[in-house]
Design a protein around this ligand. Structure first.
Ligand SMILES: Nc1ncnc2c1ncn2[C@@H]1O[C@H](COP(=O)(O)OP(=O)(O)OP(=O)(O)O)[C@@H](O)[C@H]1O
Ligand SMILES: [Mg+2]
Length: 391
């Protein structure tokens, strides 16, 4: 999509009429999902209306290629279900064409889903009327785009203030809020420049500040950093992590980059051909890939930097009680290797004052070597030790 088109789309996210007094309703409680989708489908093509989705067994049985050959349709999103929890960074990852952008655009109906259900804080998004939907896009979910989507003739401050302007916020207040956001994303002193006078990384900071200025409940990122060079990209990832730590804002983050997904995601949904093939924490995905496709995807991940000692530990012998270095269960294997090397003996994994297992050289190395993947001795199907000596 061109930059201008994205500027228009981001404006459309928030734009269209002057009514901006719709109430903010149904704030999510701590344990109810912010976004909840079930059996969501998006089928592009002339015959999609004739399919009896989401439960059309015939369509569900067809591969992407078969569906295209038989019907001329593309199922960009196929029967996808998940919840995004409050304050979570939910990453959607997959190769080009796997349906990530379609999925994220369905969340605010910038693309109309073909079938399924979609709730935002318990409110049915698919049955929202025009005004409620506009309110959702203006106030509650902001998008950050890959190509920044800035308005080239406007200054940084005016770009950041844009969403507020559309909401009808007065000039003094919006300039003040915009200035605050410009500072927050590290662009102090650049407020009067135009996008053309900024580097790519700086432009994306403007995009981020604009999305934050409307104080949305959810930030939606569609591959926001893939146009940036690796160092700047790293900076921007740190920025997102920092903002998330400081504000706990709920985020849905699309990427095709595994290391970015592992760095940012509390949970990751891995997509292939429109389907979610695995949904889990970075550790679950790396430690227990659901199939060969996922295994291939995570093959080169440094496992010791993702897997924790809770997965690597073995049962403690009675004689090991009370001896050796103590590690918390979420200690990364990489850190445990250092601790074990330093002390020269195995380390105990301790939770709530109880020793729940032990890691030694052999266990830690088996993680690094990728030998720990399936049930190893003493580990049940859920990856937890079958029995541990609580000493
Ligand atoms: N408007 C459309 N009409 C028909 N097919 C479409 C349309 N938009 C997307 N598709 C198809 O849907 C599939 C998913 O596209 P989508 O843009 O969601 O993928 P993506 O995972 O975001 O890819 P990328 O990483 O390249 O951005 C692709 O096969 C694409 O060709
Ligand atoms: Mg895309």
């Amino acid at each position: 999509m061109s930059e201008t088109a994205e500027a228009t789309e981001s404006a459309a996210n928030a734009a269209n009429d002057e009514s901006n007094d719709a109430p903010r309703t149904n704030e999510a409680s701590a344990d109810s999902p912010v976004i909840s989708i079930r059996n969501l489908w998006k089928v592009f093509g002339p015959k999609s209306a004739r399919m009896r989705l989401p439960h059309d067994e015939q369509v569900k049985g067809l591969s992407q290629t078969e569906l295209r050959e038989k019907t001329g349709c593309t199922a960009a999103v196929r029967d996808v279900s998940f919840d995004v929890h409050k304050s979570e960074v939910f990453v959607v990852m997959g190769l080009s064409g796997s349906g990530k952008s379609t999925l994220v655009r369905c969340l605010t109906r910038l693309i109309e889903p073909t079938a399924g259900s979609l709730d935002f804080n318990g409110q049915d998004v698919l049955s929202m009327d025009k005004d409620t939907l506009r309110e959702l896009r203006r106030h509650r979910a902001s998008m950050v785009f890959q190509n920044f989507g800035l308005l080239p003739h406007r200054t940084v401050l005016d770009n950041v203030a844009y969403g507020l302007e559309i909401q009808g916020v007065g000039k003094a207040e919006r300039r003040e809020r915009a200035a605050e956001m410009v500072t927050k994303v590290g662009l102090d002193g650049l407020g009067e420049r135009r996008p053309g006078q900024l580097s790519g990384g700086q432009q994306q900071r403007v995009g981020l500040a604009r999305a934050l200025a409307v104080d949305p409940e959810v930030l939606l990122f569609d591959e926001p950093f893939s146009a940036l060079d690796p160092l700047i990209r790293r900076d921007m990832q740190e920025e997102v992590i920092r903002l998330h730590r400081e504000e706990g804002r709920t985020m849905v983050f699309i990427t095709h980059d595994l290391s970015e997904a592992l760095r940012l995601g509390d949970r990751i949904a891995l997509m292939r051909d429109g389907e979610v093939v695995q949904l889990g924490t970075p550790e679950e995905i790396v430690a227990n890939p659901a199939d060969d496709y996922v295994r291939d995807f995570v093959r080169d991940v440094p496992r010791e930097q993702v897997i924790s000692v809770r997965r690597a530990m073995r049962k403690a012998e009675k004689t090991e009680a009370g001896k050796g270095t103590e590690l918390a269960p979420d200690t990364l294997v990489a850190d445990a290797i250092e601790a074990v090397a330093r002390s020269g003996e195995s380390a105990r994994v301790v939770e709530n004052g109880r020793t729940i297992g032990v890691v030694d050289d052999a266990r830690l190395l088996s993680v690094v070597a990728g030998l720990d993947e399936d049930a190893v001795e003493g580990r049940g199907e859920d990856g937890e030790p079958k029995e541990v000596a609580a000493v």
